[in-house]
Write a protein that binds this ligand. Structure first.
Ligand code: SF4
Ligand code: SF4
Length: 438
């Protein structure tokens, strides 16, 4: 029975990590439903982006208040969790503060003292975040797509962080060995007096309870990530790496279609010239995208990485002028549909069974797609290099090329280009008529 706590700890740890690993496997399977993307180009620029944008959070600090607070929560949370290493070793081997046996007391004290200061900074930042969401009610957190689960998710994660930080401080404050050491209890020394008068035994029960709850809380947090917008803590890095490194306005035009258009627009083009060579792989089975499987793996990774921060929507001119378009919703819809497809595959022994639904129509409407001005403001605003515009363009491509379902104005323009070589409804021969008008 002496080893019972260690056995229980090992079971909890293995179950927590095992469930997380199974969800990561599912996540990778779902992302792989998209088309492969060759990202072997510009490797140095990609790594530079990871360091600046994902690690350095360079785009977040463009809004200094939230950027600064986010940096504190991010850095604080990651660093404090280094302490989990000690917890795991203690839990598995029945030691107590193993760090003290391997590090000089002053170094250990400095580390835990820094963690305590960071814990308080995280607590303050999280409280400010909560006030911004629930008291000040910042506009970008109130859009229609932020009702229900997305709203609760934003708050749940804040409560999680408060609880974890408090447990960490209480654990230190009630640990008499640590308090007697008088090194590292920078913050917890002020909490310790709250427990004055309690017996050694009671203090130990409180310390052990905080310790267990802290470690279980971390494992719950880890597993909660998959169901939350906080998956970006992990995915921001690969997402930024695979992000667009060509100029933002450059589209991934289809070779064959581009050649046709050039032929149509260029009066000197040789209509009998051989068409550009295209391999079997280059001719898509379907033009554009109507469902998540038609998107690329990077676009699906984008969907899982979206933090639902709404920076894109808050800068979208279509949204700002009252149109029914929110680039954030485009990303949230893509993730929701991808999850739906993933569950369908799970329920049908690894095969997708047609459910009569798709991203286009059931999640994203034509009206939303055609409201986009393709200005790229959303791409520029996104702190984790997500490209909602590329999904919009792919779905528009499907509407135009597979369904001929472009808005009337666009159809007229395209017919004019086809017939007259220009968007206007005038014969090419009449182009210079204006000079005879007076
Ligand atoms: S590209 Fe489209 S979705 Fe993005 S900000 Fe501009 S109008 Fe909005
Ligand atoms: S796409 Fe980017 S900017 Fe828009 S909500 Fe998601 S993370 Fe925020």
């Amino acid at each position: 029975m002496e080893y019972l706590p260690n056995i229980i700890f090992a079971i909890i740890l293995i179950s927590g990590i095992g469930y997380f690993a199974s969800n990561v496997k599912k996540l990778i399977r779902n992302i792989k439903l998209g088309h492969k993307v060759d990202a072997n180009d510009n490797k140095s620029e990609r790594w530079k982006n990871v360091i600046n944008i994902a690690l350095g959070q360079s785009k977040l600090v463009k809004r200094p208040v939230s950027g600064f607070l986010h940096a504190i929560v991010y850095v604080g949370f990651i660093i404090i969790n280094i302490e989990v290493l000690e917890i795991i070793i203690d839990g598995l081997f029945g030691t107590h503060r193993i760090g003290l046996s391997v590090l000089p007391e002053s170094v250990y004290g400095f580390l835990i003292g820094s963690f305590e200061v960071l814990a308080v900074l995280v607590l303050v930042s999280v409280i400010v975040f909560w006030i911004r969401r629930n008291v000040i009610k910042i506009k970008r957190f109130l859009s229609s797509e932020m009702k229900g689960w997305p709203k609760s998710d934003g708050n749940i994660i804040l409560y999680f962080e408060v609880v974890l930080m408090c447990l960490f401080l209480i654990m230190n404050a009630t640990d008499t060995t640590f308090q007697n050491m008088e090194a590292g209890n920078v913050i917890s020394q002020f909490i310790a007096p709250w427990f004055n008068g309690l017996s050694e035994g009671t203090l130990s029960v409180i310390e052990r309870s905080a310790w267990w709850l802290h470690v279980v809380g971390i494992l719950i947090f880890l597993n909660y990530l998959y169901f939350s917008k906080h998956l970006h803590i992990l995915l921001a890095f690969p997402n930024v790496y695979f992000g667009k490194v060509v100029p933002k306005g450059k589209f991934n035009n289809l070779e064959a279609v581009t050649a046709e258009v050039k032929l149509m627009m260029d009066p000197d083009a040789d209509p009998y010239a051989a068409p550009p060579e295209t391999s079997e792989d280059e001719v898509p089975a379907k033009f554009g995208a109507s469902d998540v499987m038609d998107l690329s793996q990077v676009q699906l990774l984008n969907a899982y990485t979206c933090t639902e921060c709404g920076r894109c929507t808050s800068e979208c001119p279509a949204n700002l002028t009252g149109k029914k378009l929110s680039p954030r919703k485009i990303m949230m819809d893509t993730r929701d549909r991808l999850e739906e497809v993933g569950k369908n595959i799970d329920a049908n022994n690894g095969e997708f069974k047609d459910d009569g639904k798709q991203l286009l129509g059931d999640y994203i409407t034509n009206e939303e797609l055609w409201a986009c001005t393709t200005c790229n403001a959303c791409v520029e605003a996104c702190p984790v290099s997500i490209d909602p515009l590329s999904i919009i363009v792919e779905m528009r491509r499907y509407l135009v090329m597979e369904q001929s379902a472009a808005p009337m104005e666009l159809n007229t323009m395209m017919t004019n280009i086809e017939n007259n070589g220009a968007p206007w409804p005038y014969n090419q021969m009449d182009r210079l008529n204006w000079k005879d008008e007076n």
